[in-house]
Design a protein. Structure first.
Length: 94
């Protein structure tokens, strides 16, 4: 007799969703870092390689960190753990 497929845990589904979103945001971060480097290079003076690397890392990692934290906030809000506890008060009118 075949066994039914196990139901995936909620934590696994949330982590899978986070990493799927995070991959897209990593691409966004790379694009923004490339735009920042392009704007630095386009200036009148020729910047050194150190300025270009610092610009790419600064812009890329800042966008990546900000978007990762916002993704965690939204996923946490959807999980229901941020809801206030519901206390069932039983009446003692007996």
């Amino acid at each position: 007799m075949p066994h039914p497929d196990p139901v995936p845990s909620r934590r696994h589904a949330v982590m899978h969703r986070f990493w799927r979103i995070f991959r897209l945001l990593a691409l966004l971060s790379i694009a923004i870092a490339a735009i920042a480097v392009f704007l630095v290079i386009r200036g009148d003076t020729s910047p050194s390689i150190h300025v270009i690397v610092a610009t790419a890392l600064g812009a890329g990692l800042t966008v990546l960190l900000g978007t990762a934290l916002m993704t965690l906030v939204f996923l946490s809000a959807e999980s229901g753990y941020d809801e206030p506890p519901q206390i069932d008060e039983e009446s003692d009118d007996e």
